[in-house]
Write a new protein. Structure first.
Length: 126
């Protein structure tokens, strides 16, 4: 999937939701992937595999083509959660061209850490 994402030529410090080609669409619940091309030229993708209808809660898989650094995480000690939070000036644009104010790359709670590039994540709107 990342090879296909890189062919989309996103500008640096840009985030958006991309509709996946038919051969990849079955991987996510909505047939799309959220992509971040960071200011330091990393590509990160968020594949939402479960979305709670009517709310912004979701579960999914996060992958970055470079290892995440300590600066890409925030710890929320009051809930004892490790959270991926990739800083940048980017806004995320959904596949309809509208700004998505969701937590796509700024508040992803880690449920499983496979390695320093691949994570199972979730977001719960309280």
């Amino acid at each position: 999937m990342l090879d296909w994402v890189k062919t989309q030529n996103l500008l640096l410090d840009t985030a958006c939701e991309l509709s996946l080609p038919q051969r990849l669409a079955h991987i996510t619940q909505r047939g799309s992937v959220f992509v971040l091309h960071t200011a330091d030229d990393r590509y990160c993708i968020l594949m939402k595999t479960w979305i709670f209808s009517g709310r912004e809660n979701f579960r999914g898989t996060f992958y970055c083509d470079e290892p995440l650094s300590e600066n890409d995480f925030r710890n929320y000690p009051y809930e004892n959660k490790n959270c991926i939070r990739i800083e940048g000036k980017y806004n995320c644009i959904d596949k309809n061209g509208k700004e998505d104010y969701g937590s796509n790359f700024k508040e992803l709670y880690v449920s499983q850490n496979h390695n320093d590039q691949l994570f199972e994540v979730y977001y719960t709107l309280n």
